[in-house]
Design a protein around this ligand. Sequence first.
Ligand code: 9MR
Length: 383
Amino acid sequence: MNHGRNWPILLCKIGESEVLYKWNRRLWRYSLLSVVLLLLVTGSLVGCGGSGVPEEPLFDTSDPSVLRDLADQHGIGIGAAVISSLLIEEQYADTLAEHFNMIVAEYEMKWDPIQLTQGSFDFSGGDALVDFAEANGMKVRGHALVWHQATPDWVTNGSWTNDELMDIIKNHVTAVSQHYQGKIVAWDVANEALSDQSPYGLRGDSPFTKLGQDYIDEAFRAAHLVDPDALLFYNDYGVEGMNGKAQSMYNMVVGMLDRGVPIHGVGLQMHITTDGYPLTNRFEENVKRFTDLGLEVHITEADVRIRIPSSQTSRNLQAQVYHDLMAACLRNPKVTAFLTWGFTDNHSWVPDFFNGYGDALLFDKNYAKKQAYYGLQAALKGE
Ligand code: 9MR
């Protein structure tokens, strides 16, 4: 190749590419700048509800009234699920005692921790919780006597006859109700017994289902026999609005009442997102058909999960959902308790279970009150 003959052209190309290089650098700078600006603008739009102006917290944060005082005025329970081993942490314990008049064990009153080995009972975790409640003038919900989860292998995998399994259930229910007799306002006697699939009968993955509806009836009877003052609840998820599973729960409960089974209430768990369910799915109508049966309704495990990292917009929407739920509950005098499943985002099952979601509770990780808290406060003040 004769480079000499192409020299002018080559120079020209070098000159050209120098110009281009400079231009490219400018273009790069401009594009980088635009990308940064775009990110900033979209970021703030996401946080500002699209208006471009940073979104303000929705609910007033200036009123120091605590939820438990406001709930007391309505004569309802306001509660949270508690992990009793955390009660030694001052901030955890103080926040609970200050803001709630009711607690429920997130784990320690389930079958696993109480009777891990057949016939050997350990009530220490639940007792710590009951002591804490007594010391702080709080009521205790019991959760849960019979559930297909958190149940020991010896129950689940033993080759029991139906009669043996029924006796095992009755013995456990009797022992636990007896131990806590007079200390529990309401027990979740049977938890999540129903399937999520149409026709929403007893769930296929429970070791108790082979006993049919009888095991639920018998568990309620056994609990009532030893602790007649405790209100006995059936508790489930996905039954908050009008849907097939809620209908199945309704039919089951009507049957129990017809047979004279001592059931006094239903627990609607309320693990939800901000998409509007169950408020858009006739929540109040569903609640009313249960209270029309003479039953109480408790919101037993509320948490409203949002995508993390959350924004002011999503936290406002979450607060609105909490507000609207509480307002709807207060319109029905037979809704007598509202409990969240935990209270600080520091300790919540949500991020472990729902990928990408979190920040579902009333206090942030540093125990500061969130908009969600003020949403409930506003509803309890009738605002
Ligand atoms: O939040 C609870 C989690 O910490 C436990 O590991 C789990 C098993 O015991 O139970 C979780 O609580 C569940 C409750 O008992 C019933 N409804 C659904 C709750 C979330 O899974």
